[in-house]
Design a binder for this molecule. Structure first.
Ligand SMILES: NC(=O)c1ccc[n+]([C@@H]2O[C@H](COP(=O)([O-])OP(=O)(O)OC[C@H]3O[C@@H](n4cnc5c(N)ncnc54)[C@H](O)[C@@H]3O)[C@@H](O)[C@H]2O)c1
Length: 304
């Protein structure tokens, strides 16, 4: 089986690629390396891995040779999309359309979507709940999901916010961000501290991708929320969990967050299919605090 991972040099992409190689698959990574090559260099020698520098806005060479495509390339997250709305539209939406147009019907497409599209529902959101995206990121990811699910041989996983350590870090993700600020600034300012979000450890995202790959026949054509019910937390909850590991100031601001998300998510559908994430926020925080004792900050949000 030949597997393509677009965005394979990203936060999730490197962890997914590593795991696929460990499981014996032949993998090709396509990435434009907008965040650099260094994080993926440790995999370069692997004989079962091909790494290709390509911008998916202009199509993907030799696409027909792949049996499975994990489509991770994109402008990821609220801040990066807010800073680069045209790139978000061109890469998240238009390039996904181009990819889908060029796939044959037998090729398998596995798409990381996002629970962010539930917006500020303030209620428990199932896959059938009407979405209400409130950011450029969520709007473009919802458009991409519709494009993907319009073809038969696809699965979209609406991921919770990922946390945890990876070779290429993302510091804009809430748990990663709060833990970093707790260590390096001694304080975290909370805007809308009551707002509820939902979280998943990066290792469990990789496990969920593998689960879909191995159970594709039963899952195809479907959208699944990907996370766990025990990982629905408010921002204040996350700050308090970190506080049990490190002493720092939690400042509850009267100002509102520009990011309006506030929702609780049901993961029953994925659980019924047989997948439950295992790692807790507590475990992820321990791993992050260990990393941040020597980690140097670099900016994720350069202009594209
Ligand atoms: N991390 C999360 O919390 C989360 C949650 C839900 C969904 N997702 C989705 O998962 C996917 C991967 O997320 P991530 O956290 O690894 O993000 P990331 O930003 O770390 O990785 C994205 C990768 O895509 C590459 N890329 C961007 N534009 C490209 C282009 N035009 N051509 C080729 N490559 C390009 C980047 O270089 C990067 O390596 C994204 O689609 C994201 O929307 C992430």
């Amino acid at each position: 089986m030949k597997i393509l991972v677009t965005g394979g040099a990203g936060y999730k992409g490197i962890k997914l690629t590593t795991r696929l190689l460990e499981e014996g698959y032949k993998v090709t990574v396509v990435d434009n390396f907008m965040y650099g090559y260094e994080p993926i260099m440790f995999l370069a020698e692997n004989k079962n891995l091909e790494i290709v520098k390509q911008d998916i806005r202009y199509g993907i060479e030799n696409l027909s040779k792949f049996d499975v495509i994990f489509h991770l390339a994109g402008i990821s997250g609220f801040p990066a999309c807010a800073a680069n709305p045209s790139s978000a539209e061109l890469i998240n939406v238009r390039a996904t359309q181009l990819l889908v147009d060029e796939l044959s019907k037998d090729q398998i497409l596995i798409n990381p979507s996002t629970t962010s599209m539930y917006g500020k529902k303030g209620v428990t959101c199932h896959e059938e709940t009407e979405v209400a995206p409130v950011s450029t990121y969520a709007i473009t990811k919802y458009e991409a999901e519709k494009i993907v699910q319009d073809r038969e041989n696809s699965v979209s996983l609406r991921f919770a916010t990922v946390f945890g350590v990876a070779p290429k870090m993302r510091l804009d993700l809430m748990v990663n961000d709060f833990a970093y600020k707790a260590v390096n600034e001694g304080a975290v300012v909370l805007f809308d501290s009551f707002a509820k979000r939902t979280f998943i450890h990066i290792d469990d995202t990789v496990n969920s991708y593998l689960f879909v790959l191995k159970n594709f026949e039963q899952m195809k054509g479907q959208v699944y929320n990907a996370g766990a019910k025990h990982l629905n937390y408010s921002k204040k909850d996350i700050a308090n969990i970190i506080h049990t590991h490190i002493d720092y100031d939690i400042i509850d601001s009267k100002l509102s967050d520009k990011d309006l998300r506030n929702f609780i998510v049901s993961f029953d559908k994925l659980e019924k299919a047989g997948f439950i994430p295992q790692k807790t926020v507590e475990t992820g925080v321990e791993e992050l605090l260990k990393l941040y004792s020597f980690f140097e900050y670099y900016s994720h949000f350069k202009t594209i």
